[in-house]
Design a protein around this ligand. Structure first.
Ligand code: SF4
Ligand code: SF4
Length: 112
């Protein structure tokens, strides 16, 4: 019975094509509502620290002297509180899945 199920999947894939994608060359569109990843336009940042104060995960560290804005990506829970709190609107969320692999693929293409 189990063997039959495997053959059914194999035949299905032969007829319809594989259910997987040729990642990272072929990247799916982000899911609706995906928040993406946090990016900063550092030129507009005034190092006020509002984003760090609002961050519930302590993923951000801002210092005025020296002027530094640090982000620990793996602490971030992608809540967007920092984006809302920023008075200069220099923080934003960009689609994560759509951006990175394509950029890497382009860099690879150029290198080849
Ligand atoms: S998105 Fe949320 S968790 Fe991530 S850095 Fe901003 S405030 Fe912190
Ligand atoms: S809230 Fe905005 S302007 Fe202030 S430190 Fe954070 S990113 Fe910079």
């Amino acid at each position: 019975m189990r063997l039959f199920s495997i053959f059914k999947d194999i035949l299905g894939n032969l007829v319809k094509g594989p259910v997987t994608r040729n990642y990272p060359a072929e990247v799916r569109d982000p899911f609706p509502g995906e928040r993406g990843k946090l990016v900063i336009d550092e030129k507009s940042c005034i190092f006020c620290g509002m984003c760090a104060k609002k961050c519930p995960a302590n993923a951000l560290t801002v210092t005025r002297q020296p002027k530094e804005w640090k982000f620990e990506r793996f602490r971030c829970i992608i809540c967007g509180a920092c984006v809302e709190a920023c008075p200069k609107k220099c923080l934003s969320m960009v689609p994560r899945l759509a951006e990175e692999p394509k950029a890497e693929a382009k860099a690879k293409e150029k290198a080849e």
